[in-house]
Design a binder for this molecule. Structure first.
Ligand code: FE2
Ligand code: FE2
Length: 271
């Protein structure tokens, strides 16, 4: 059977093109290149806020490790297992690097603070990430793809950063995360492309339902995390709810092969 290519491959160039289109439409004052070079935190208050922001970053990665490690043997799919083993290794390395940088900045090992934040992810996500493939897909979409709007905004508008972390992010985290997003797209497409038209409609409604549940579960965490990002690194968040919601629509439109205008009304991060 020959697959018919009906849309471009999901690449980092396509992501940038989509994000720039949304910025032009909803936040045209945000420039494509950063205007100020970020500086390290200087005061005690800045260092404290920056520490909390880094702990949150490490917790995001460690939560991914814990979820993927729990679920990896429940999928009888060697392609998916190899992808998840890479994701566990990469996101574990990201969490460890962030932990060590937070330790260098604060003078103490943040592992307990990190695990406390990981527990909060388990509390608000409930069993969704490990319930079934639909819940796990929603987890991957939320933790790897839907967050990209914030990552782009960070890279263009943050005013405080740690040079060592920035170097590691550019050399290791960015390329790894592009692989993770592509891996999620590949897994879904293998599932989707093999389905009949009737099965496709079923897959779409199941994936959407789980993704919407994920959005409702994550809303208050996201809003708090964005406040922290603004306070700690100076990222501009005024237009973030709109950019987040419209970015998520674009991701789902690509995944489900439905034009944005034909998607049902989705849960907003402001709901
Ligand atoms: Fe990561
Ligand atoms: Fe990742």
């Amino acid at each position: 059977m020959t697959a018919i290519l009906t849309r471009p491959a999901w690449t980092t160039d396509l992501e940038l093109e989509i994000f720039d289109k949304l910025v032009d439409k909803y936040a045209p004052h945000i420039t494509k290149k950063r205007l100020v070079e970020p500086r390290p935190p200087e005061t005690d208050e800045e260092r404290e806020n920056f520490y909390r922001f880094r702990v949150a970053g490490a917790a995001h990665d460690l939560f991914i490790v814990q979820v993927c490690a729990k679920i990896i043997d429940s999928f009888p799919d060697p392609d998916l297992q190899l992808f998840l083993s890479r994701q566990i290794g990469d996101d574990g390395a990201h969490a460890q690097n962030t932990r060590l940088r937070a330790q260098a900045i604060s003078g103490h090992d943040p592992i307990e603070d990190i695990q406390k934040q990981v527990q909060k992810h388990w509390d608000y996500m409930g069993d969704l990430p490990i319930r079934n493939w639909q819940g796990f897909l929603a987890f991957e979409l939320h933790y790897e793809l839907h967050i990209v709007a914030l990552l782009f905004l960070n890279s263009r508008t943050n005013k405080i950063s740690d040079p060592d972390s920035a170097k590691y992010a550019a050399e290791k985290i960015l390329p790894d995360e592009a692989v993770h997003r592509l891996g999620v797209v590949d897994w879904w497409q293998r599932k989707f492309d093999h389905a009949s038209q009737v099965e496709k409609e079923d897959l779409i409604s199941q994936a959407l339902e789980a993704d919407e549940e994920g959005q409702r579960r994550r809303n208050s965490y996201l809003r708090n995390h964005w406040q922290l990002s603004q306070k700690a690194i100076g990222v501009e968040i005024d237009n973030l709810p709109t950019l987040y919601d419209t970015w998520r629509q674009e991701v789902l439109s690509y995944f489900l092969d439905i034009p944005v205008s034909k998607l049902p009304k989705l849960v907003s991060v402001n709901d």
